[in-house]
Design a protein around this ligand. Structure first.
Ligand code: C2E
Ligand code: CA
Ligand code: CA
Length: 749
């Protein structure tokens, strides 16, 4: 092309020269020459314009080519120009790859393409050359100038064809995409991991719209990806309000965790769900990723273990452990609820008479009877032994609670038929309300127990807790502690009250009465602490202390010739029922060296009538040892004369209440009847609580041989009683009143 331009310019120069000559010497030219000369000049002008235009477009082309090259250079891509016919591959700005100038290979840079990628490159190139694709594009590994493989993106197109449209020339670029490829590979790897992970995964955006779920998610939650993507992310079983709360809480946290249960086809699947924020590089929230970890196996093991620790093995009811767990959550969620504590009366008797196995069966049947009748939101528990609890949620309505207590008591009391027996169990119920009666499960249970105890004591069927009960309960607890301390520190002393022969005024015996003398609180009356000691079981130890001291004192007085009668020791119901009662009495008598002849035991009617058959057996054993037995407080309890005959008794003690009543005829007749019954049964009679001379006179008339009371003496301490014995020995013939004055005893109640 440059030659052509030179020729045209030369032609133009020639013509111009001829024209200029004529202008200076017009004579040299004739008119015949003028026309052709003009035509030639015109064509010269046209040619000049064409040349100028061509030149302008060439300059533009050059400029654009230059710009193009610069931009390619700036992009860092390599440019190639493949002259197909000449089998020449021209490389521009290619520092990266090995330059190949002449090649007969196909593709032309074949030796630089990774063997594994050749087939693909070849295929793509052929498709373009055959006109199937508008451009050629292939990413493959190419060998760089240092001989290493690099990932490249090769793009190009045919830019020249011959008249048969056969590609003549192709141009394109090669881009180093090593880092892009690496990133892509990483992304693919991560995407694959997520897709193939055995944990369900959901990715949702900052508006909680699901953008991705993995295969495992679909396996667990069903549907296909399109069913979920685009939907709002929600937790299973959450309603609108809960879902909003959930959104709020995950918005606030960078990490959120919760355990969830998915119920599908009646099977529970447990998940530990973790949700994390995904931020962009500028810390703007983009997405959340939720990963569900299936913890069903662990949970089931945990539940099985929990069941073992939270269920009562015998009845299958939730146990004390579970009771506290549930109560704690009720208290912390401020759920107003009622706690009813049931305790079966005399269940021990059933155990003792029918055996523990029968007792167990009865408890099971009772448990199933009760749990069948609980409302859905109420729960029955076995707290232990024969103690049950009913927790009524969401209620503080006294009427509903009272009705429930009555219903349950009726259920408990309906007879059970077991191996030919009809068994009736009774119960008492203590009721507390949350929050009125306590703000911790421990306090609520304690107060319910207190109310139940009061119900039992006062013969009520059910009682609501009140503060006065609590004050009493505190007092009881204080006394219980004092007794424990008193036993350790020897604060229990024995006082003696004489029993006198009504006619001779001789001392015939004495009753040992315990005195609890504490350093801080002084004397605590037996009437106050004995029922508590009885309840806590401490009476057994207290009783042993009294018996031991009484035996020791009497033995000493006998040895010294001051006394030769019996000492009466009181036995409470709990002591009487001790399985090793006889053994412990024997042991004490032996240790103190006192013959059993000197001992009398006072037992109340109530004690022996609780289980008369057993009482007869125990009393026979005691009687066989020569120990005398007296019925204390006779007339106040209920004893059948039929039984009375069978007891190996020696004495009836007429209760003070009857002696007090002797002022009227009816009262006197009462005492008369008791004395007659005693005599008819061959028993001696002791009147207790005798305070006045006229009572002594009346008792004499009624043939009551022995009397005991303040008229003769109040209970005396060891030292005082010793003085009493000494004085009595010296002045046996003097009236008792005078003796009392003489010894000037400081009497202690
Ligand atoms: P109790 O066995 O009926 O004892 C008689 C109670 O009447 C004694 O009260 C005694 O001090 C009191 N007393 C005796 N004569 C008179 C009198 O003329 N007027 C009045 N107002 N009272 C009189 P104490 O010692 O307070 O004992 C109360 C109860 O405590 C006893 O009643 C007995 O059931 C029990 N108790 C006392 N000591 C023991 C003991 O060592 N073991 C056991 N298990 N119970 C005991
Ligand atoms: Ca007594
Ligand atoms: Ca008595």
């Amino acid at each position: 092309m440059p030659k052509k331009i030179i020729k045209i310019i030369a032609g133009f120069t020639g013509l111009f020269t001829a024209f200029a000559c004529y202008a200076h010497q017009p004579t040299l030219l004739d008119s015949d020459l003028l026309i052709p000369l003009t035509l030639a000049s015109l064509s010269l002008m046209v040619a000049l314009v064409a040349v100028l235009r061509l030149r302008k477009s060439q300059v533009a082309l050059k400029r654009s080519e230059h710009r193009f090259k610069n931009s390619i250079l700036a992009s860092g891509d390599a440019v190639w120009d493949w002259h197909i016919n000449e089998q020449r591959l021209e490389r521009i700005n290619d520092g990266l790859f090995n330059a190949i100038d002449h090649t007969q290979d196909f593709p032309p840079n074949r030796s630089n393409i990774h063997p594994s990628d050749i087939e693909f490159v070849e295929h793509s190139l052929k498709k373009h050359l055959s006109g199937e694709t508008t451009h050629f594009e292939a990413s493959y590994r190419a060998k760089d100038a240092t001989g290493n493989w690099r990932w490249v993106l090769d793009k190009g197109r045919v830019i020249e064809t011959d008249s048969q449209l056969k590609p003549m020339r192709m141009m394109g670029t090669v881009k180093d995409i090593g880092s892009i490829k690496q990133t892509q590979e990483r992304l693919n790897l991560l995407a694959n991991c997520i897709e193939n992970l055995s944990d369900p995964i959901v990715i949702f955006d900052s508006n909680f719209t699901i953008v991705e779920v993995n295969k495992t998610f679909l396996d667990y939650f069903g549907g296909n990806a399109t069913n979920h993507i685009g939907m709002l992310y929600k937790l299973p079983g959450h309603d609108k309000r809960q879902t909003q709360q959930f959104y709020q809480s995950i918005r606030k946290a960078s990490h959120w965790h919760k355990e969830l249960t998915l119920n599908k086809e009646k099977q529970n699947t447990f998940f530990s769900l973790s949700i994390d924020r995904i931020d962009d590089t500028k810390n703007n929230l983009r997405h959340y990723i939720a990963v569900y970890n299936d913890i069903t196996d662990n949970k089931q093991t945990e539940l099985a273990l929990q069941k073992l620790t939270n269920r009562d093995r015998l009845t299958g009811l939730p146990n004390r452990n579970q009771f506290f767990t549930n109560m704690k959550s009720l208290v912390s969620s401020k759920n107003r609820h009622a706690l009813l504590v049931f305790d079966l009366d005399n269940f021990k008797k059933i155990n003792d008479s029918l055996g523990h196995h029968a007792g167990d069966i009865l408890l099971c049947r009772l448990a199933s009877r009760l749990s069948k009748r609980t409302r859905e939101r109420d729960q029955f528990y076995r707290l232990g032994g024969d103690e049950f609890a009913l927790v009524m949620q969401n209620t503080n309505d006294i009427h509903t609670i009272t009705q429930a207590a009555k219903n349950f008591l009726a259920l408990i009391e309906a007879p059970f038929h077991m191996s030919g027996h009809e068994l009736v169990i009774t119960s008492s119920v203590g009721i507390v309300l949350f929050p009125e009666d306590g703000n911790t499960p421990e306090l609520l249970l304690k107060n319910a127990d207190t109310a139940m105890y009061h119900a039992k004591q006062h013969g009520n069927r059910y009682l609501f807790f009140n503060d006065a009960m609590n004050r009493q309960a505190v007092k009881r607890l204080q006394i219980e502690n004092l007794i424990r301390y008193g036993l350790k520190e020897d604060h229990f002393k024995v006082f003696y009250q004489p029993k006198m022969d009504i006619n001779s005024g001789e001392l015939v015996g004495m009753e040992a009465l315990v005195r609890f003398i504490t350093p801080n609180k002084g004397l605590i009356s037996p009437a106050q602490f004995i029922p508590i000691a009885e309840e806590t079981g401490q009476i057994v130890e207290v009783g042993e202390v009294v018996l031991e001291k009484a035996c020791r004192d009497v033995k000493d007085w006998i040895n010294r010739g001051l006394f030769d009668g019996r000492v009466a020791v009181n036995l409470s119901a709990k002591q009487f029922m001790q399985p090793d009662l006889i053994g412990s009495i024997d042991k004490i008598l032996k240790r103190e060296g006192l013959a059993s002849y000197y001992l009398e035991l006072e037992i109340t009617e109530g004690t022996i009538m609780e289980d008369p058959k057993d009482a007869i057996r125990i009393m026979n054993t005691l009687s066989a040892r020569g120990i005398h037995l007296a019925i204390d407080d006779f007339g106040t309890g209920y004893s059948s004369l039929a039984y009375l005959k069978q007891f190996p008794l020696n004495t009836l003690k007429v209760d003070k209440a009857f002696i007090d009543d002797m002022g009227n005829e009816k009262g006197k007749n009462m005492v008369d009847s008791i004395v007659t019954i005693a005599h008819n049964l061959g028993l001696s009679v002791v009147a207790e609580g005798v305070e006045y001379a006229d009572q002594v006179e009346q008792l004499k008339e009624l043939n009551c041989a022995t009397v005991q009371g303040y008229f003769y003496s109040k209970p005396l301490s060891h030292e005082q009683f010793e003085q009493f014995l000494l004085a009595h020995c010296k002045k046996a013939h003097q009236p008792h009143r005078e003796i009392e004055k003489e010894v000037k005893l400081s009497l202690v109640q």
